[in-house]
Design a protein. Structure first.
Length: 628
């Protein structure tokens, strides 16, 4: 672990004094290593000692990580140390400690030369200064997550992410370091530590505790633990001793972060729940997904450019905290008012609760809370009145329009005469309503002009009586009621509800819909489309969807073209065939992965290459073989 003298954590103070030059029982370290002059020891770990040194050739300050002599004499330790150097040397990221030089396999003394960081560990920064608000602390987690995402893209799993392995440089740049126990994903020569408990127990993923191999999801769990600690100030699985800590991790037992720190926003709480899943298959699949979810949560608090915001914070922590708090209070007040106007009571209540946590003496919070309660009372009163009105209207309609026998109408007086029409018309006596047209009866004569003999009188068919139907008020229970869909999708997606686009490229969505069934469709260009019939409730549980990435397609352009191709140890086809019919590479759970491609043919040296692939991507690998 690389640190300045002021940044050595308490856990290493004893080791530092015991291993300092000239101390009893310790071999005196050399004054120079290759072209590097060792100035002072600044840290010590299980594998190596770390020195502040000067590069005599380039005249610059560096750090030299020197493997302990008792380990340097063992071939397996030197091999692992060499693999660490080669692995980390691939990494080029502003938030990862940079490798300058390496001793090489033939050297009798194993060492790595890196940039020297002047600053303190993240652990010490939080103890001495602190971030002051969960969302500001999440900015730091975002930078560490971006560094881990870069490492995962090159097939490197860190395995020991914790605050002591993150440095805060004097200018505020954060550096992830100590890949000393990183597992390098190499199908040809995996160097694992089966059965060994490697890493810090409090941040360790359950599968590592159980002795299983770590992968990218193990780092996601550690990042979730780091994020929980940053936003609440306590560890999720803290206990009295290491055994109890490991048991709590295996049980998946931790307290809701909002119970520890009420200021934690709901989106961040949901993110922690997904990152700290006990089962890796249910966990966020990659650091990239974690970063996107972090960005969505930060955006809800107005932090749209995390790197810029974090730089402003480190430039003036007290001033930034005060300005952020004022802006957050105003934002929460406005969002709560908008939610009340939209009659989204549950959303408004959550915002007011967070507003009270951020600013307990805020006068607007009390007024908003009163409005929420008043709105609830009004809704209950309206719903009760509508229900009573519906029952009353139904009873009135039944009583008013119940079918009953009607008395027959009396025929008009016999003396009544009709006005002479211009054309004679047949006149029919009224028929009693209760009987219908008479059967086998003659129609009584009416006092009317005689009809022509050629126009015999026939009774006209009586149309069926049509009673006017009264329309009772629609009961409140039958009217469309508002519902709420809270959606979390990984990765981001376009959202369609009942065939209509409701959002584009979002990882989270809070949408008001009518209660009842709807068709939800999620579309991502690199994933299989997801479509389900869902039932929207008044304020239902969040719907979490992980889209399945589409496969990648791999083509090998080899010389000679008839060389055989294996992917992850499975024979596929010849290189020529892969050009015409690309090899399908399933992506499993994440949008990226690394596969091992082996190209071979008699008379030529085998070519083995680690190839990063992405979902729905066409990858062409150049594989020129050389003769033996």
């Amino acid at each position: 672990m690389l640190q300045t003298p002021s940044g050595v954590p308490a856990a290493h103070e004893e080791n530092r004094s015991a291993l300092a030059p000239g101390s009893a029982g310790a071999a005196r370290p050399p004054e120079t290593v290759d072209r590097y002059q060792l100035l002072e020891q600044v840290g010590s770990g299980g594998m190596a000692q770390v020195y502040r040194a000067r590069d005599t050739l380039l005249d610059r300050e560096v750090a030299v990580k020197l493997l302990h002599p008792h380990l340097a004499s063992r071939e397996d330790s030197r091999r692992r140390f060499s693999r660490e150097a080669r692995a980390v040397a691939k990494l080029r990221h502003p938030n990862i400690l940079e490798i300058y030089d390496f001793s090489g396999d033939a050297s009798g003394m194993a060492f790595i030369v890196t940039e020297f960081i002047r600053g303190v560990t993240l652990e010490r920064f939080v103890e001495e200064t602190g971030f002051g608000a969960p969302s500001i602390a999440a900015l730091a987690a975002h930078q560490v997550t971006a560094a881990v995402e870069h490492a995962h893209g090159l097939g490197i799993v860190h395995r020991d992410i914790k605050p002591g392995n993150v440095m805060v440089r004097e200018d505020g740049v954060m550096k992830l370091m100590d890949f000393g126990i990183a597992r390098i994903v190499d199908q040809g020569d995996r160097m694992t530590m089966t059965g060994a408990l490697v890493g810090s127990p409090a941040y360790m993923a359950p599968e590592i505790i159980e002795g299983k191999e770590a992968d990218a999801r193990s780092d996601v769990f550690s990042l979730g633990t780091l994020l929980y600690w940053l936003v609440t100030g306590v560890l999720p699985f803290a206990a009295a001793n290491t055994t109890a800590v490991l048991k709590r991790i295996l049980d998946g037992s931790y307290e809701d972060p909002r119970a520890v720190a009420p200021e934690v926003p709901d989106a961040l709480c949901a993110l922690l729940q997904d990152a700290l899943q006990r089962d890796p298959a249910s966990r966020l699949a990659s650091a990239g997904e974690l970063r996107l979810r972090l960005e969505a949560s930060l955006a809800e608090d107005g932090l749209l450019r995390p790197a810029e915001e974090l730089a402003r914070f480190f430039a003036d922590p007290p001033g930034y905290r005060a300005a952020f708090r004022a802006a957050l209070v105003a934002r929460l007040e406005n969002q709560a008012r908008e939610s009340l106007r939209a009659r989204r009571t549950a959303k408004a209540l959550g915002l007011v609760s967070r507003l009270v946590a951020v600013d307990p003496d805020n006068p607007e919070a009390a007024r908003l809370l009163a409005s929420v309660r008043s709105g609830k009372r009004r809704r209950r009163a309206v719903q009760t009145a509508l229900a009573v009105a519906a029952v009353a209207a139904g009873a009135w309609a039944i009583a008013r329009f119940r079918p009953r026998a009607l008395a027959p109408r009396a025929p008009p007086p016999a003396t009544a005469t009709l006005a002479q029409p211009s054309h004679p018309a047949a006149v029919v006596a009224p028929v009693p309503v209760s009987e219908g047209p008479p059967a086998n009866k003659t129609l009584p004569a009416a006092s009317s002009p005689s009809l022509p003999s050629r126009a015999p009188v026939h009774p006209l068919p009586r149309p069926a009586l049509a009673f006017p139907r009264a329309r009772a008020p629609i009961p409140a229970s039958a009217a469309p009621l508002p519902g709420r869909l809270r959606l979390f999708v990984q990765p981001y997606a376009d959202v369609f509800v009942d065939g209509q686009r409701r959002a584009s490229g979002v990882p989270t969505l809070d949408l008001e819909l009518t209660r009842g069934p709807h068709t939800l469709r999620l579309v991502h260009p690199d994933c299989d489309p997801w479509e389900r019939r869902i039932d929207v409730a008044a304020d239902g549980d969040p719907l979490r969807v992980r889209l399945v990435p589409k496969p990648a397609w791999l083509s090998i352009r080899a010389t000679p073209p008839d060389a055989d191709v294996m992917v992850d140890g499975v024979f596929e086809q010849t290189a020529r065939d892969s050009i015409a019919r690309p090899i399908r590479v399933p992506m499993n759970a994440g949008p990226t992965r690394t596969v091992t491609v082996r190209v071979f043919t008699p008379g030529y040296r085998d070519l083995v290459r680690e190839v990063p692939v992405r979902a729905n991507a066409q990858i062409v690998v150049e594989a020129p073989l050389t003769r033996r």
